[in-house]
Design a protein around this ligand. Structure first.
Ligand SMILES: [Mg+2]
Length: 378
């Protein structure tokens, strides 16, 4: 099997509900979709994404440079392909190029699965057939009240969810405490509450504020601090008993290894699109396993189903409200989480089939962004 053609497209659309956290108000999700056509007739679909910024750069990196490197290569040599792309682009650092490599790598794995006639989760280890899911909301707008939040929690529970992730990081920690206490109460025994700061706190602030919410029965505190301040995470982890989760802002196994070696992380949240695709994500998951840490991949619900059901240390599936391909209306066949349990599609490959007409309707047109881009960073 040889790759004979690479087609790239970029898309931009808002989440299907407004997203606002402590440090960002999301304007647009940007997806880069790559189709790898082979001489067998099999076509692999890869994809990557970014939030608000950079979609045109990722698409250009794939289209103008990386696509040519994979023409003629056999997708079964996924490691060889990944190394070639990584070595060629390493001068760009890790970030945009990891997202570009991911778009190709996911397509390569889709072809491996299709060629072997197997759904990807089985090729990743086939540890389980289904994975429990938590619902993840991004609702920290200034006018969002505790009553609004509790009404949403009632809805999540009616849909079968017992574990919920909410955003915190209000200026007054007592507002965060109130949200946590009231939601914990509403979820009741057996319920799980996770909170996400999106890197809001300074190192000193974290020691004080995390101390205030430590002991409230949280399942984890996510991204409390700047993503690259490992010593501050070490200090915080020693000061509290609540586990620390992070990883959506890291881009390589080396960065995760630094956190694991420093004992600065409890839950490993590598994002498949941000670390360079499935080839690198699997290495990070195995690395976490060696350190005895569960993996809880960030976002990318439909693809994470395969990753979590493949590896043995999968924790829970993140189902971000308003952000799955399914909710965005981009799939031919929806992939839904029912009763808070996620099942990977059983079709060969990843089984994620885009509705091309839907993708075409949200084509990323750089002209509409130029001089009009405002971003949402606070
Ligand atoms: Mg997060």
């Amino acid at each position: 099997m040889k790759i004979v053609e690479v087609r790239t497209s970029a898309h931009r659309l808002p989440p299907s509900v407004p997203w606002e956290d402590a440090t960002n108000k999301v304007q647009g999700l940007e997806f880069v979709v790559v189709e790898l056509v082979t001489d067998t007739g099999l076509v692999g679909t890869g994809f990557s994404y970014t939030v608000d910024i950079g979609g045109t750069s990722i698409a250009a990196l794939v289209e103008d440079y990386l696509a040519a490197l994979v023409i003629g290569m056999d997708p079964l040599d996924y490691e060889r392909i990944w190394l070639k792309l990584q070595r060629q682009s390493r001068r760009l650092g890790v970030g945009v190029n990891s997202m570009a490599i991911a778009a190709i790598d996911v397509g390569v794995w889709d072809l491996v699965g299709k060629f072997l006639g197997q759904p990807l989760y089985r090729l990743f280890g086939g540890t389980r057939e289904a994975i429990p899911a938590y619902i993840s909301e991004i609702n920290l707008a200034a006018d969002d009240t505790v009553e609004d939040l509790l009404a949403r929690v009632d809805d999540y529970m009616a849909r079968g969810y017992r574990t919920v992730k909410i955003k915190i990081g209000r200026p007054d920690i007592e507002d965060d405490v109130e949200r946590i206490v009231r939601v914990r109460e509403r979820l009741g025994r057996g319920g799980g509450l996770l909170v996400d700061l999106n890197q809001k706190w300074s190192a000193r602030e974290a020691l004080v504020k995390a101390g205030r919410i430590d002991g409230l029965g949280l399942g984890w505190i996510e991204e409390p601090l700047l993503f690259d301040d490992i010593p501050a995470h070490v200090a915080l982890k020693r000061a509290i008993r609540t586990p620390i989760a992070l990883g959506e802002s890291l881009h390589s196994r080396a960065q995760f290894l630094d956190y694991l070696r420093a004992d600065a992380i409890d839950f490993v949240q590598a994002d498949v699109a941000f670390v360079g695709g499935l080839t690198e994500w699997l290495k990070i998951a195995h690395l976490a396993q060696i350190f005895g840490r569960p993996v809880a991949p960030h976002y990318m619900m439909e693809l994470s189903l395969h990753m979590l059901c493949g590896v043995s240390n999968g924790f829970m599936l993140e189902n971000v409200i308003g952000g799955s391909f399914t909710e965005l209306g981009l799939l031919e066949e929806p992939i839904v989480v029912e009763g808070a349990m996620g099942h990977p599609p059983l079709r060969p490959g990843h089984g994620i089939v885009f509705d091309r007409a839907a993708l075409d309707r949200v084509r990323l047109d750089p002209q509409t962004l130029k001089r009009a881009f405002a971003g949402g960073s606070k």
